[in-house]
Design a protein around this ligand. Sequence first.
Ligand code: PLP
Length: 404
Amino acid sequence: MITVNEHYSKLQASYLFVTIARKVKEFQDVNPDVDLIKLGIGDVTKPLPATCVDAFRKGVDEMADEGSFRGYGPEQGYPFLREAIAKNDFTGMGIEADDIFISDGAKCDTGNFQELFSIDARVAVPDPVYPVYVDTNVMAGRSGTWKNGRYEGLYYLEGNSANGFIPAPPDEKLDLIYLCFPNNPTGQTASHDQLALWVEYAKKNKALILFDAAYETFIRDESLPKSIYEIPGARDVAVEFRSFSKTAGFTGTRCAFTVVPRECRAFTTEGDAVQLQPLWNRRHSTKFNGVSYPVQRAAEAVYSPEGKQQVRELSDYYLGNAAIIRENMEALGFGCIGGENSPYIWVDGKRDSWAFFDLLLSAGVVVTPGSGFGRCGEGYIRISAFNDRNKVLSAMDRIKASIS
Ligand code: PLP
């Protein structure tokens, strides 16, 4: 008898996006003339930078010519891209091309990395959270059942107004710790000192940090770390995930990478250190067959002088939207986090998340209720800056009219 993985039955339906879609449909059925402005989604709206498009096209032309055609590439990614990343993104941090694994998305990598660890690893996830970290551990069997809005057996790192949505390491012993800065959904960023506490904790407890830096491109404050490897000793205890999705508008093009430094380790049950890089290399090359050559050429173009300027303009544009949103929401008396080194603004709605969602929907603006990202998100909404400037300005006018 073929039996199913019953851990899947513990998974909660994506109540958040299903409910948003239903409420939007109900609103539009009654108000067919209202052109809704959607500030709920985390998808980019601007096209690929011109220099990436040129490199993409050149890559396609090479594939069309018998002399330059390429079949399977290295599973880990082409050296030209791995080298460009190590040189440009991790200057002076001791990261080399061999530490970098190219993939088709940080979603897959953050979801897949847990496969390297034992089933009884004690997993810590943030609350509020990017749901992939949670669901993939539930699927793997590292949780109990769902009770009162949480999975038993997972440790939730609570974010709240008291800690500014930056959880500090707890006294308990944890093995696998997911951190995400700039954060989705809160837009919060962490300082060197705050990350250093986690690195110290991981060393002391023989734990591992999975650091999701998918939004690092939005950091403008030079005092903030863009990579966890800016913290001394982090190469031993942290894996970092990055993506071209938000950096260069690659959400539909697909290219990302994971950094597994050669020093990074986990342990056998006897306590012997095991290098993670060969394990991830084995997993990646067994289950993944590489990102397409033209896409890797397009990603490489991000690091050319023109590419650097064009991706900076892209993130400047979204950060301009974020500043408008934050300024307007604060002027209306709402406390905000994020929106300064991040494309997300986390707004304290001073009421139930869904009540605030409904109020803004009635004004013709769609946002995301914070409670959908975890129990600690109750009372908040997430507003995304990924949209057209004029739409953002109109959305702010609509919100002002509905609140004041
Ligand atoms: N990590 C976080 C925190 C995200 O918000 C997202 C996408 O929204 C991803 C990873 C996924 O990135 P990718 O498009 O590379 O799969």
